[in-house]
Design a protein around this ligand. Structure first.
Ligand code: KG4
Ligand code: ZN
Length: 357
């Protein structure tokens, strides 16, 4: 039995979790900084770093309390190494290194992007990853920083099929929300404003899907683009403001619903074309945007019954440390540890394999 302590500080969530044997989340705590960044309309890296510094001690205490265990029971430590905001990452990494030295336990820096995918297997995924019939696994990772499709085969090799060529889906929702005056973070705010709205009232483009009579270039088959939808929203809002001044709430609701529908349509369409081409046995949706109710509903509706669709639990979609500890277990099991001088990285490196297979 191995108990891994996970630490996450890549963006605006300070999180600590304890996971047993890679799947069983025995304790988890998250302190969000959303309120601190809201007035800036986005995450300020230095502010995030300072807040992580303040929060880490009590978040660790809370996670241990919820797990009902002490630090001496921890076998290994996993921490997000990147991608993310460097000042924010460094706080978590240095805190984790301090713990590792103090407790004399091994430490591993893990990739936040892969940890998001692993989040879909927490609590009840054990049998799935061990079963050869679960492969290939197609993963849609949709967050504030990423929009990607990754194909994982039964030997653990991974292929990045495509990613966004401009904004991430979450980033587009955050910017749309700001434009509509709905606040930050944008995803949940747009979802709330869209409730009851007419998703067909306004037309927004579905970029890189081969719609609107534009043939899709082969190299972009599994890529995404969200900046065009965002610009279309800006023009639409300006037009409506000329006509109405401040948008009445029913109109705002229709605009939000139409925008959300366009984003979801693109995500579902791209995922389904990868399903058609690569015939995965399992499809995973993970990352903050995978909390979105419309996306979950429409992915489920589009997926053939023979495919095991794993939508990460909402609490494991947004940034959390259970996904970090869970992934960290697979490094621990293989005795793959980091040297104590390991550094943070900001950008997603090329991914050719995952360790959890
Ligand atoms: O995974 P995450 O917590 O952080 C990153 O790694 O980026 O994702 C944050 C993103 C934000 O852009 C936020 O607006 C979006 O996830 N998000 C949502 C919802 N909840 C969070 N997007 C759509 N619908 C939601 N319900
Ligand atoms: Zn994330």
């Amino acid at each position: 039995m191995s108990l891994i302590l996970g630490i996450e500080s890549s963006c605006d969530e300070t999180a600590v979790a304890l996971v047993r044997d890679g799947y069983e989340v025995v304790g988890s705590a998250v302190a969000t900084q959303i309120a601190k960044h809201a007035c800036h309309g986005g995450v300020v890296p230095e502010l995030a770093a300072r807040e992580h510094l303040i929060a880490l001690d009590y978040v660790l205490e809370e996670a241990l309390k919820s797990a009902g265990c002490g630090l001496d029971e921890v076998n290994g430590i996993a921490v997000t190494q990147g991608p993310g905001l460097i000042p924010a990452l460094l706080v978590g990494i240095n805190y984790a290194k301090g713990l590792a030295i103090n407790l004399r336990r091994p430490i591993t820096g893990v990739n936040h992007f892969i940890a998001h995918i692993y989040g879909a297997f927490l609590n009840n995924g054990k049998g799935v990853l061990e079963d050869k019939n679960s492969y290939p696994i197609l993963a849609l990772v949709v967050s504030g920083g990423h929009t990607s499709l990754l194909l994982i085969t039964e030997d653990g090799s991974a292929r990045h099929l495509g990613c966004t060529i401009d904004d991430a889906a979450g980033e587009a929702l955050d910017k749309a929300s700001k434009l509509l005056g709905l606040g930050y973070p944008g995803g949940p705010a747009v979802q709330k404003a869209a409730a009851g709205g007419d998703p067909a009232r306004f037309h927004f483009p579905r970029p890189l899907t081969g719609s609107a009579g534009k043939a899709l270039a082969a190299e972009h088959k599994f890529d995404f683009s969200f900046s065009g939808i965002k610009t279309a929203l800006l023009y639409q809002v300006e037009k409506l403001q000329e006509e109405y001044g401040t948008l009445p709430s029913d109109l705002l609701s229709d605009v939000a619903a139409s925008f959300q529908q366009a984003v979801v349509d693109v995500l579902v369409k791209k995922t389904m074309s990868a399903v058609k081409e690569f015939a995965p046995k399992t499809v995973v949706a993970a990352g903050g945007v995978a909390c979105n109710a419309l996306l979950r509903e429409q992915l489920a509706a589009a997926m053939p019954k023979r495919i095991n669709l794993r939508l990460a639990e909402p609490k494991f979609c947004t940034d959390n440390a259970a996904m970090v500890a869970g992934l960290g277990y697979h490094y621990y099991k293989r005795r793959i540890f980091s040297e104590l001088d390991f550094d943070a990285f900001a950008r997603l490196p090329a991914i050719t394999e995952v360790v959890f297979v």
